[in-house]
Write a protein that binds this ligand. Structure first.
Ligand code: ADP
Length: 279
């Protein structure tokens, strides 16, 4: 679990010209998602952010939490996660047992934004516990404790979801999906993405644009041997390495190509693209 408060000093750059509280992480909007999220938060509607990995979903939620001056509790979901990991459990102590709230309960009690990252990874029984929190009830039953938590007025639930990984075995049930308003993300267009790479790392915009060009070439291969293209996150990694003194070709290979494919042919194609773009 990761708790971020508005006063945290991590990620300290703000978007140029934007009036945001100090300490707000840098987020480059792609459209009107900031205003739409504010409207969803004002109505305390549960939010789903959809899109491929590394395209800015988590950064957007961090940014919105700071902008709205709300604590953010992030939970990285995984297949071993149980409902107790979310809501809490009794702990054995030398003099008896003690209840410990899980991250979802903590967020509901304190009025934080709770971000369940990659919810589809969690077991189905885990997704069911969020249901009463996502409708008019806004409650969280703690069955083992015999308590029903009524969510704080500021509480909001946010989940992320990568439709690219979806399979029949791993998909959200319609009854879960239909409890959220959804924000659909994709990799930003070339100009915005180069700006993000530049703003995140300090790499000059001409070089950043070259990394984006390589990224775009790889994204064309999606479905033709690649399950997912090079994410914005990986472009930022490559730029970080270059800024740290690593030769551009080498940085692109280890940050943008090797992580996404084990296929020798695709690797070679992308290595050639790197050589051509950086020539
Ligand atoms: P995910 O979609 O998997 O949650 P993240 O939000 O963690 O991806 O984004 C990965 C990285 O990409 C971020 O750490 C940031 O460096 C960069 N990034 C992607 N999109 C944006 C954006 N719109 N504004 C700022 N940074 C971004």
């Amino acid at each position: 679990m990761n708790t971020t408060r508005p006063s945290d000093t991590a990620r300290l750059r703000s978007a140029p010209g934007e009036a945001v509280p100090s300490g707000t992480p840098f987020y480059q909007p792609q459209g009107n998602e900031v205003a739409l999220y504010e409207a969803a938060y004002a109505a305390r509607l549960p939010v789903m952010v959809k899109g491929p990995t590394g395209c800015g979903k988590s950064r957007f939620i961090e940014f919105m939490a700071h902008r709205l001056q709300r604590c953010l509790i992030t939970v990285a979901c995984n297949e071993d996660m149980t409902a107790s990991d979310l809501v809490g459990r009794f702990l054995l102590e030398p003099d008896g047992t003690r209840w410990q709230d899980g991250p979802l309960t903590l967020a509901a009690r304190t009025g934080a934004i709770c971000y369940l990252d990659e919810i589809v990874e969690a077991r189905q029984d885990t997704t069911v516990v969020i249901h009463p929190l996502t409708d008019h009830r806004r409650t969280l039953p703690l069955d083992r404790k015999g308590e029903t938590v009524h969510a704080h007025p500021d509480f909001q639930l946010v989940i992320s979801y990568n439709p690219g990984y979806q399979s029949l075995l791993k998909d959200l049930k319609p009854s879960t999906k239909q409890r959220f308003v959804a924000f659909e993300f994709d990799y930003p267009d070339a100009v915005l993405e180069a700006h993000i790479v530049h703003a995140e790392t300090g790499l000059d915009t001409a070089r950043a644009a070259q990394l984006v060009q390589i990224g775009h070439a790889a994204r064309q291969l999606k479905g033709h041997g690649l399950t997912e293209g090079i994410s914005t996150r990986l472009l930022v990694y490559a730029a970080t390495l270059i800024m740290g003194g690593v030769a551009a070709r080498e940085a692109c290979r280890i940050a943008m190509v090797r992580p996404i494919t084990d296929d020798a042919d695709i690797r070679q194609t992308l290595d050639h693209t790197i050589d051509a773009v950086l020539a």
